[in-house]
Design a protein around this ligand. Structure first.
Ligand SMILES: Nc1nc2c(c(=O)[nH]1)N[C@H]1C(S)=C(S)[C@@H](COP(=O)(O)OP(=O)(O)OC[C@H]3O[C@@H](n4cnc5c(=O)[nH]c(N)nc54)[C@H](O)[C@@H]3O)O[C@H]1N2
Ligand SMILES: Nc1nc2c(c(=O)[nH]1)N[C@H]1C(S)=C(S)[C@@H](COP(=O)(O)OP(=O)(O)OC[C@H]3O[C@@H](n4cnc5c(=O)[nH]c(N)nc54)[C@H](O)[C@@H]3O)O[C@H]1N2
Ligand code: SF4
Ligand SMILES: [Mo]
Length: 765
């Protein structure tokens, strides 16, 4: 585009804001909010300008590079693909396919081309040693969805636009713009909630930006949310407040849940959580008696010692109070591309514990091991040891607990390749870096976050700029690598049919597939036609199958499902192209019971693996309430995004945000002063950071943001390096995981803080 306004979705976080990008003389002149976007209604955050900064960043890699004795050297795409496929295949041949490790990072889910082509790449690599950011993030939510609703990505999403009570636990949407809840303009939506007489309640160990706009705020001791929620469940049963609403007749094992909560009285958990028994009862009563209410938990409750159990209980509370599937409660979405139904169709509804990792015997989830065991698998000798590594859009050296150890592990590999456009803390270990096009050079459709939006909508954005000459999209890189690896495996040549399949996929790319998915989806231009052909056949097949057969779920596929019949129709890629600000598909709709994917069609309120964890929760009550050490938690800031947006001058300017926040009492006890350099340490690992003394944090708790620590040598992000900060993950212990889900404990680990003395032992000094 040379001149004019380009409308698209900002892909940087989960909020999916509509942006209007003004282009003059082929360059970005301004980035504003798109008032016509049905979801974001003009809202953007300060990070939106980084779309331009990322695009123009001279340090963003544009050509494949290879590491040589004298530094990085550019190479042609063909050479790069050949080298990577050959080296990976050599490792595979010499040791076995599981000796290649794969790490998938967060930006993959913000990129439909990457998302659609990652499976072929993983299949071509063929390794079971796969990990991703999931186990440092939303895994407990996926597990609860799988256990209770039968599908790993069927998330109950707060219907915030119609709720009158929003209880937010362990999330800070004012900074993060929401998570597992695509909610652009959280502030505006809370204003509207207030206007209709509603209330926002926040529960967090820190008085966050979200807490500041809340009606009620309660400090909670990190890692004790499961106690709070258990006591709320207890209260509901004790006070006869259980009323399951739309889920009535669908829930099972309610009595087991009641039994599990029996001993967790509000009095029993009050001192451990730091929340009074009266407050706990009040919370339970408010949730039960407010007809339109939603309880939402996020990062702070999922990436902690009781991540699995806490998330389960949060789901239970919404169900027990009749908030599931109720307008203003928590609802399942109906996205235009129904990945929930499609996932079930191709056998991807989810699985857990089908196999265990080699070294620490941690369970896989959806085919991935917990990423906290990545370093073990690289460093521990023996059969199956990872010798080669592939990272796609990830920076685990900064994002994974015990990043220092992973850093060392990656340095010792036989071969490593990174699909990434930055030379950063992780990719500096690669032998070859394959950089994709920048976001503005490709089309965008939010496959993943449309599934989590507080309102159904669909939006397609065309590429704003032509891809730079001789560049490749993520999807092209993934497919080309996959194709060459498959060829290698088959001795250099594929059967004609397979070869033609690869050629066709590589030629078409993701958008024609997207078109088919849109057309055949619930709002599609052709759902009836597809359904009309398949339905009679399918009905016959399903009729023969026994009652509990997993394929029974097929009947719930969108085009075949009677509930979709009322949907507005006509979506296709070309239809979306005519509405560049997006198409509104209306508020969330009730979907029970059709949307359940459990074999018996029931919601399981008391899955065994959670019941088995109740004993550990009980044991928490036997431990002393406070300890001498401090509990470390994370935090996000609206001008930062994980580890990779610190090379934008506009975002990092000003006072450093990578600080340790500590309560005045704790500072006084340790004779620490505001602004002092302090050393935060754990098990001999340490980082040094400036101290911020504030009563916005609970006594006994300290907070450090993640994603910083750009002082490692050999990276190529000079602005980030000039604002290095230190990585919280350098001190976090990678062996601390939630035993129920395998998720990393990123919040609540015990640390010590003391004055930093020059010469003190610290790698960050
Ligand atoms: N202590 C602590 N640790 C945490 C968290 C925390 O709260 N506390 N949060 C966790 C969470 S929620 C997450 S999601 C993870 C994130 O963990 P990661 O996904 O490992 O880390 P990111 O910082 O998102 O790094 C993204 C990488 O992708 C590259 N990239 C960006 N866009 C693209 C693209 O379009 N294509 C390709 N190929 N590459 C791209 C960037 O250059 C960068 O290298 O961190 C987790 N780690
Ligand atoms: N600006 C910005 N936006 C982002 C990102 C970013 O890095 N920066 N990252 C994106 C990603 S990948 C994700 S997953 C989302 C995450 O989005 P959110 O889930 O909103 O994540 P955080 O802002 O880290 O909020 C976690 C909150 O949990 C609190 N907490 C810590 N421990 C506990 C505990 O034990 N109990 C309770 N109740 N609370 C606790 C912390 O104090 C913090 O306020 O944000 C996304 N959006
Ligand atoms: S909140 Fe900011 S970063 Fe997230 S989508 Fe909106 S503009 Fe982009
Ligand atoms: Mo995340």
């Amino acid at each position: 585009m040379h001149n004019g306004t380009h409308y698209r979705t900002c892909h940087l976080c989960e909020a999916m804001c509509g942006v209007a990008i003004e282009v003059q003389n082929g360059k970005v002149a301004a980035i504003k909010g798109d008032e016509n976007d049905p979801l974001s209604r003009g809202h953007i955050c300060p990070k939106a300008v980084a779309l331009q900064d990322l695009h123009e960043d001279p340090e963003r890699l544009r050509r494949p590079v290879r590491k040589t004795a004298t530094g990085w050297e550019e190479m042609s795409w063909d050479e790069a693909f050949d080298l990577v496929a050959r080296r990976l295949h050599e490792v595979r041949k010499a040791h076995g396919r599981n000796n290649i490790g794969v790490y998938l990072g967060n930006p993959n889910v913000h990129n439909h081309g990457a998302a659609m082509t990652i499976t072929p790449l993983l299949r071509a690599i063929g390794s079971q040693n796969r990990v991703s950011a999931t186990s440092n993030d939303q895994l407990p939510h996926m597990l609860a969805s799988l256990e209770m609703f039968g599908h790993q990505v069927l998330f109950p999403i707060p219907d915030i636009d119609r709720t009158d009570l929003f209880i937010c636990i362990g999330g800070n949407p004012m900074a993060s713009n929401g998570s597992l809840m695509t909610v652009p303009d959280f502030r505006g939506r809370v204003k509207e909630l207030r206007k209709r007489g509603g209330k926002l309640v926040v529960i967090d160990p820190r008085r966050t930006e979200t807490a500041r706009i809340a009606d009620d705020f309660h400090f909670i001791r990190p890692g004790t949310d499961a106690l709070l929620l258990m006591a709320m469940v207890h209260t509901l049963f004790a006070e006869n407040l259980v009323s399951t609403g739309a889920a009535t007749g669908l829930v099972k094992d309610q009595d087991l849940l009641q039994l599990a909560a029996l001993s967790f009285t509000p009095e029993a958990v009050a001192s451990h959580t730091g929340i009074s028994a009266d407050t706990i009862r009040g919370l339970a009563r408010q949730l039960a008696t407010t007809p339109r209410a939603a309880l939402h938990t996020r990062m702070g409750t999922s990436t902690q010692a009781f991540g699995g159990t806490t998330t389960w209980l949060a789901y239970c509370l919404n169900i027990l109070t009749g908030k599931l599937d109720a307008p203003g409660g928590v609802m399942f979405t109906q996205p235009a591309v129904d990945l929930v139904a499609l996932g079930a169709l191709v056998g991807q509804a989810g699985h857990f514990g089908n196999r265990y990792s080699r070294v620490r015997k941690l369970p896989e989830f959806g085919g991935e091991y917990p990423s906290s065991t990545m370093a073990d698998e690289i460093l521990t000798p023996g059969e199956g040891q990872i010798r080669a590594f592939v990272t796609v859009a990830g920076n685990p050296v900064l994002s994974n607990p015990n990043g220092q150890r992973l850093d060392e592990a990656l340095a010792g590999l036989d071969f490593m390749v990174s699909v990434d456009y930055y030379l950063n803390e992780t990719t500096r270990h690669a032998d070859v870096i394959l950089p994709p096009t920048a976001a503005l050079e490709r089309s965008h459709y939010d496959l993943i976050f449309s599934m989590m939006a507080v309102r159904n909508q669909a939006k397609y954005s065309e590429a704003l700029f032509e891809p730079a000459p001789d560049s490749r999209h993520d999807w092209q890189i993934n497919l080309e690598l996959a194709h060459r690896l498959e060829r290698q495996r088959k001795g250099g040549k594929l059967p004609l049919q397979a070869e033609l399949g690869w050629q066709a996929f590589k030629k078409l790319g993701p958008d024609p597939i997207l078109d088919v998915l849109l057309r055949t989806g619930p709002y599609g231009a052709n759902p009836g036609r597809v359904g009309g052909v398949i339905k009679p056949v399918l009905d016959k097949v399903l009729g023969i199958l026994p009652e509990r057969h997993p394929l029974k779920g097929l009947a719930r596929l969108s085009p075949l499902n009677p509930q979709w019949q009322h949907m507005p129709k006509g979506l296709s890629l070309s239809a979306l192209k005519k509405s560049p600000s997006g198409v509104d598909l209306g508020p969330l709709q009730p979907t029970l019971p059709q949307r359940l994917f459990t074999r018996d069609g029931k919601i399981n309120l008391a899955p065994r693996r959670y019941l088995a964890d109740v004993e550990r929760l009980q044991a928490l009550l036997d431990q002393p309430e406070a300890s001498a050490s401090l509990q470390l938690i994370g935090r996000r800031h609206v001008r930062s995004n994980n580890s990779w947006m610190h090379n934008s001058q506009r975002l990092v300017k000003g006072k450093s945000r990578c600080t340790v926040i500590m309560h005045p009492e704790d500072a006084q006890n340790r004779k620490l002063e505001d602004g002092a350099q302090v050393q935060v340490q754990k098990d001999g690992r340490a980082v040094v950071l400036p101290l911020e003394v504030s009563d916005d944090i609970m006594p006994g708790v300290v907070s450090i943001p993640h994603g910083w620590g750009h002082s490692r040598p050999g990276t190529g992000q000079s602005i980030a390096s000039a604002h290095a900060g230190a990585s919280i993950n350098d001190i976090l212990d990678d062996t601390e995981t939630d035993p129920v889900s395998g998720t990393s404990v990123l919040n609540g680990q015990a640390v010590e803080v003391k004055v930093w003395q020059t010469g003190a032992q610290s790698k960050q000094a």
